[in-house]
Ligand binder design. Structure first.
Ligand code: GLU
Length: 311
């Protein structure tokens, strides 16, 4: 039996076992609109390079990209400006602090955020996206996400966008701090608008799996043959995903699953097996590190069974 056939036969049962973990997790509430997601929801789709997809659970559920979007805005900023310009404004190291922490920014000179996947770093990256206006920048990002997901219908969840835009005081204060330090340039409210918008792009597991498949295939969509990301930038993004893609649970996930991954507070996880599979998962109940509790359980068990770890 090949791997996809085996996945097809075991996935529904394995998913139901992992789903039980959801009871021990917590759905994010700090963006009020996110708190509406069902606690015990879990879905997964795995896609191979021929386009064959295997899925189980609540794959119809739509959720927002949140932090997962940061991987792709980083890539777009790299495509817009190159490595030297981007990494003069944002660092390359894990922090050990929470994703929304400002703590270290005050202690380091210059106040360059540690990496592009924490909020401060991702806000700086949003300021680097080319475009004449905030609308133009957001339109370029959305178009890029649509191409990666091969889904021209991708759009914002305006409820989540407004909910975060109205309550994102911490992100707002971080952005003004970075303006004061000269790291952020331009109109802060416009930069924040670009940031909140790309976090609020609505996807399902199939969209995530397809985006992940492009990453798994070094930036080329294997189904269309179209090159969407230069290989070097996939390599950079992949390194960040391994070292800081799962918040402060990244080390644990590297040991448990050994796959590049990025999670978001909505409970989404985009992960992949390089050269082979793109995987999209959603499970809104989060563990104490902020990653989908049932999603992590399922990915780690699959990785062990199929020996997907890179290490
Ligand atoms: N939009 C969210 C925020 O800035 C993203 C956080 C996340 O998914 O980690 O708080």
């Amino acid at each position: 039996m090949n791997e996809m056939d085996k996945l097809e036969s075991i996935l529904p049962e394995w998913l139901e076992t992992s789903r039980l973990q959801s009871a021990d997790g917590t759905v994010a509430t700090y963006i009020p609109e996110l708190s509406k997601a069902p606690q015990d929801l879990l879905g997964i789709q795995i896609m191979d390079k021929s386009g064959r997809a295997v899925s189980a659970g609540d794959t119809d559920f739509s959720f927002t990209l949140q932090s997962i979007s940061k991987v792709f805005t980083l890539i777009l900023a790299l495509m817009d400006h190159g490595e030297d310009a981007v990494f003069s404004k944002v660092g390359k190291e894990p922090t050990g602090d929470n994703f929304n922490s400002m703590m270290k920014l005050e202690l380091i000179q210059p106040a360059i955020p540690f990496n592009p996947l924490i909020n401060a770093g991702a806000i700086v990256v949003s300021s680097l996206i080319k475009g004449d206006t905030a609308e133009h920048k957001s339109a370029r990002i959305l178009e890029f996400f649509r191409e990666l997901a091969a889904n021209p219908e991708l759009d914002y969840d305006l409820g989540v966008y407004h909910s975060e835009s109205e309550t994102g005081h911490l992100n707002r204060s971080m952005a003004y701090f970075l303006l004061d330090k000269g790291i952020l340039q331009g109109k802060v409210e416009e930069v924040l608008d670009v940031y909140f918008r790309h976090c609020s792009v609505k996807v399902n597991c199939a969209d995530l799996a397809r985006m992940a498949l492009v990453m798994a295939n070094n930036g080329t969509d294997p189904l269309t043959g179209k090159s969407l990301i230069p290989k070097r930038y996939v390599q950079i993004a992949k390194s960040f995903m391994i070292t800081c893609g799962m918040y402060n649970g990244s080390g644990e996930f590297a040991i448990g699953a050994g796959m590049p991954a990025k999670s978001g507070v909505s409970g989404g996880i985009l992960t992949f097996v390089p050269g082979r599979f793109g995987i999209g998962v959603v499970g809104p109940a989060l563990n104490p590190k902020g990653n989908s509790i049932a999603g992590v359980d399922l990915i780690e068990r699959l990785s062990r069974e199929f020996e997907w770890s890179l290490f």
